[in-house]
Design a protein around this ligand. Sequence first.
Ligand code: PMP
Length: 364
Amino acid sequence: SKSPQPRPGILDIAAYVPGKEHAPGVAKVHKLSSNETPLGASPRAIEAFQAAAFNLERYPDGQARALRDAIGAVHGLNPANILCGNGSDELLGLICHTYLSPGDEGIVTEHGFLVYKIQITAAGGRPVTVKERNATVDVDAILAAVTERTKLVFLANPANPTGTYIPVDEVRRLHAGLPEGVLLVLDAAYAEYVRRNDYAAGLELVSANRNVVMTRTFSKIYGLAGLRIGWMYAPPEVIDAVDRVRGPFNLSAASIAAGAAAVRDQAFVAEAVDHNLTWLEHVSRALEALGLTVTPSVTNFVLIHFPDEDGKRAVDADTFLTARGYILRAVAAYGFPNALRMTIGSQEANEGVIAALTDFMGRK
Ligand code: PMP
């Protein structure tokens, strides 16, 4: 018998592989593979989540108004220009399905987040990959790759898995060089961690133009990855178009309630930023002292490069760390076969990784 055939291109997609969860045989595991916060979620968000349990027979508000209003109030944005998604992953997919016709091109960068390529391909488009320079996005290379078929440009800023960042002047230069018909998607999943005030400027770039959107998430600093909450700030025409493609009740009632409470608790966010900054510095310096190369990061993770002697030290280190309960992320699929990405965790987890890597690097 013959199975129904997916559309051309679908079976060329490599399905997304999430970070490992378990270390076989190890009782206590520190999962540092998915850039989750070690600090949990705001108690106010948890309370709102629990309160949502009393109305589960009702559909959620399909417009997620309470959440959009809260985001708008905190960030000084018009809620009409905000659209929420089941994680920012969903929004990235909706953008592709809204703007790409078969054969249209979406530009992504060499070490960029894999979801862009997956969704461009799923929508019938063609991902065009542009080289980076020193693990950092190269604006000139992106502009040089634009063709008549280019519809979307995806820029994670800060980028994952490198943790690098381009300042808003560079983003402006990129935008200025793009044709008006190309939509620039600024993926700012790690925005809150950045100690510069460029994100307000990024939002202004959206306000002032018709072809820029910014996506954000509650999965990282807000500690709500399990609820799947993302949002985008976009010009009215983009909101209108993407909203037509969106599923009717894409956020659960619990997500709407918890997200709204979380965004109103900015004191919690400030504490999380402090914790991260302290440990980002400490971990980076300690690993460099071991002779490892750490790409300078502005996020809640670091990309650790192992000595290149045999090109598989990272694989050995991964095995070594996993056996001790420290789960990092292998990033070969992102073009770094000899590196591991480590999320900044609790004090215990961070010190544990440093101690384990000290042992690992001391072995001959
Ligand atoms: N963009 C980037 C750069 C990310 O690292 C992630 C999380 N892996 C996402 C988007 C998606 O986040 P979420 O769907 O949880 O909002």
